[in-house]
Write a protein that binds this ligand. Structure first.
Ligand SMILES: NC(=O)c1ccc[n+]([C@@H]2O[C@H](COP(=O)([O-])OP(=O)(O)OC[C@H]3O[C@@H](n4cnc5c(N)ncnc54)[C@H](OP(=O)(O)O)[C@@H]3O)[C@@H](O)[C@H]2O)c1
Length: 298
């Protein structure tokens, strides 16, 4: 019998993909959205539920849930810098509310976090490296992580997911690249933002295994090699040989002055622990290819 899973942020880029993939694998999924029910996937094993995580969550609504995958967050880094109380309320208090729920259900808790909990000065971060976020979004994710780690059935999963947001939602950065390329737009991009991206589909599949072999703590997931965002663009533009826009390459370090939120630049994670645990991690080019295929299927 598969575990019953509650997924928050099921209307978002990652939560919608995890809901879809875990349901296809036969997990009964309770997919929670806040305001965008239309972005939640439908499927045989998916039930949808409206849930504002900043409100008290009653355990009696979630009987039999054995694992909570918490993807809901305010993720717009500039918005967080300008709207600190909303960001704090959702990202920290919302996580506390869900942990209370997990505790009363005795459920495992998987918290999706970000390399933005690190300063981005060195990269290659291991799970127990000191966190030191440079922007408010990263600070709230960092605070929430600390609360999750105290829970004996809590797991913090840090990753750089890339994927596709549902049609009509704010486009992901991969969708933005495709829009720039297909409409011959000129734009600027950073050559020194380094990540090890993993597609939402691959991440969702790995999370299925994590659920079945749950170990609390912190775990980094990502592609086995790193890449900068300009190299990702080069992969995208190969599909658009007639692209005639102008791309200005910039250093994130040299353009921080006057920016709403500071951006870390070395955001790649060391994934040795996951490899030692037996997870087979992909090459970044394969992950970018997978996402481009998904985007072009629309
Ligand atoms: N995207 C990235 O580049 C990235 C990188 C690293 C880590 N992460 C982490 O991965 C997770 C998923 O990110 P994402 O990009 O998939 O997010 P996203 O597409 O921006 O979606 C955010 C989700 O949070 C939900 N939400 C917001 N406020 C809520 C509230 N008060 N109550 C309940 N749900 C609420 C939204 O629901 P509605 O739309 O229904 O309002 C939406 O489903 C986040 O925890 C994020 O910090 C993301």
């Amino acid at each position: 019998m598969k575990q019953k899973i509650l997924i928050t942020g099921a209307s978002g880029m990652l939560g919608s993909k995890i809901s879809d993939i875990l349901a296809r694998k036969g997990f009964p999924v309770l997919a929670a959205y806040n305001s965008n029910e239309e972005f939640v996937p439908s499927g045989k094993h998916i039930s949808k539920v409206s849930l504002d995580i900043t409100e008290k969550v009653h355990p009696r609504w979630f009987k039999n849930i054995q694992t909570i995958i918490h993807c809901a967050a305010v993720t717009d880094v500039n918005f967080c810098e300008l709207n600190k109380s909303i960001c704090r309320k959702v990202n920290i208090y919302g996580t506390e509310n869900l942990l209370d729920l997990a505790e009363s259900l005795g459920a495992h808790f998987i918290y999706i976090s970000t390399p933005m909990v690190f300063s981005g000065k060195k990269g290659n971060y291991v799970e127990n490296d000191k966190t030191d976020p440079v922007n408010y979004y990263g600070k709230t994710k960092n605070e929430a992580e600390k609360i999750v780690i105290k829970y004996k059935k809590g797991l913090v999963l840090r990753a750089n997911p890339i994927g596709k947001r549902p049609l009509g939602a704010h486009p992901s950065f991969m969708q933005w690249f495709v829009d720039m390329a297909s409409n011959n737009r000129s734009f600027s991009l950073f050559t020194d933002v380094v990540i090890n991206p993993i597609s939402t589909a691959t991440l969702a599949l790995i999370i299925g295994d994590v659920i079945n072999n749950f170990r609390p703590g912190v775990l980094h997931l990502g592609s086995k090699n790193r890449v900068n965002k300009a190299q990702i663009w080069e992969e995208v533009v190969k599909l658009f040989p007639n692209y005639s826009g102008k791309v200005t390459r910039l250093s994130v370090n040299k353009t921080q002055a006057g920016k709403v939120a500071l951006r870390p630049h070395e955001m790649w994670l060391n994934v040795q622990k996951a490899t030692d645990m037996g997870f087979s991690l992909p090459d970044w080019k394969d992950e970018v290819g997978l996402v481009l295929k998904e985007i072009s299927n629309n």
